[in-house]
Design a protein around this ligand. Sequence first.
Ligand code: G6P
Length: 605
Amino acid sequence: MCGIVGAVARENIVPALVEGLRRLEYRGYDSCGVAVNSARGLERMRSIERVSHLDSRLRRARLESASGIAHTRWATHGAPAIRNAHPMLSGDALAVVHNGIIENYEALRDELSNAGYAFVSQTDTEVIAHLIHSLYDGDLFAAVREAVQRLRGAYAIAVVHEDTPHIIVGAREGSPLLIGAAEDGNFIASDALALTGRADRFLFLDDGDVCELTRDTIRVVTRNGEPVEREPQRISVENSAVELGSYRHYMQKEIFEQPEVVAATLRGVEALTPELFGDAAPATFDGIDSVQILACGTSYYAGLVAKYWLETIAKIKTDVEIASEYRYREPVTSRRALVVTISQSGETADTLAALKYAQSLGQTRTLTVCNVPSSAMVQLCGTRYLTRAGQEVGVASTKAFTAQLVALFMLAVTLGRERGHVTALRESQYLQQLHGLPQMLTSMLELEPQIVAWATRLAEKENALFLGRGLQYPVALEGALKLKEISYIHAEAYPAGELKHGPLALVTEAMPVIAIVPDDAMQEKMKSNIQEVRARGGQVYVLADKDAQIASEEGIHVIRMPAHYGPLSPVLYTVPLQLLAYHTACTRGADVDKPRNLAKSVTVE
Ligand code: G6P
């Protein structure tokens, strides 16, 4: 989704802006641009192509400057077009970049149009530019402070003015924004990663904060105008994730990193106790009567798997809800419920809002399972489990999902122990299984050549159906999501028992059906469902356990898993489905890491 980077320094900052944009590319975008204060005044350049295209144009124009702002845009208001790309100008003297959505932009646009401002874009951002311009009387900081008081919605902005080329002003409300400090200048960005190698100390802005940067100074005030006295913190921003190495795509690299990610998550884990989830966890977990999971996208599916584990292993009632639904209804809540948010980024607007909503309803026992330590969600939750997936670049989440599953399984066993439903012996068996996962995941990756053969056939289709039961149903949902988001094949997942209640009507030779058949109590039921598909001419692609009583025959194609892995089998079955989506998308020539219309971090609702 949209990304901001800005810099003010002694040197030419244009390369730093471009490098920052490159590091933000993974979030998904459809246009990009920069505005700098050069010797010629305020200059802007925008592109609806990749950052590399913008970079070559900037080089050709020999644009140099000691201060400026840059942006990658993911269209919300107005199509992806040059006229809608940021930075937005007002009076050819002021430039703004913006992440988020301004909800009252229509009223403001009418007001500013009446005051004589001409709008050239369809964006809500242009309203911010003109609003600040209309309030500007030589003090950019004061104008921005006054302007943001009139904005409703979510925003992170960075602003420059030609009159004060040594100043960048920023503000945030509901969208991430941080300041990076370095010896030779100061930076502003929506994601610390944009400043890798440039800044070594970071100051995270809070909602309502407005800041002013010069190359030597940082000034931050709160919504009420009180100065903020927080020292920038030293945090190390990972670099290695940005390197693709020998892989064709980040998604492929991240799928193959899963054994290592799970090993890192489990390193040093010798017992499943609340302390794994932080110092505050023993008190938070004590006496809970239920679990409420809130998440979006792939993280929501991790939550659905967790529900099975929490109810089966810890015997605790668990509800899982899509965050964008929960935040707008009146749920019946328990103050003794543990509210668990699951989020790779920790910035997903709906999950953050649902968490705040739960807190406003008196639900104070909160845990987040998150992959980004500096994220808003981690800061907002009383307890947190930080997955060690490393930075995930591919828009389609893979390794972060696996890491979430491992964390959630550990939560289920921990709560099971606390509540007296898991014996010490059982705990050690679970631990043994957990520690065996990296090796099992490696064997799963060895199935790749067989998956490629399936992908070649699947790539010719326009629809696919995924079936699973019990623990494997959420895995089927995740498999269908992966396939649709990167290959653009329409895919649906159903609990196999529902087949006869509708989706069977769709089954013809043109509808491949992917079925997950572990060697468990549901095996016979799944086999019957497969026969129902075959009887209608459907081609069935079966992922089955090594010992499952099902074999390849006319219309039934079986890939066998290395071994049955009990309650942790969802972690394993996920891998071939990721590979299937990946290779199908590659065969169709899709841009795997940047699927159309999608963003990595969804910071608007
Ligand atoms: C976007 C991403 C998905 C992700 C979802 C939730 O849609 O493309 O991969 O699952 O957001 O993101 P989160 O960071 O909260 O896990």
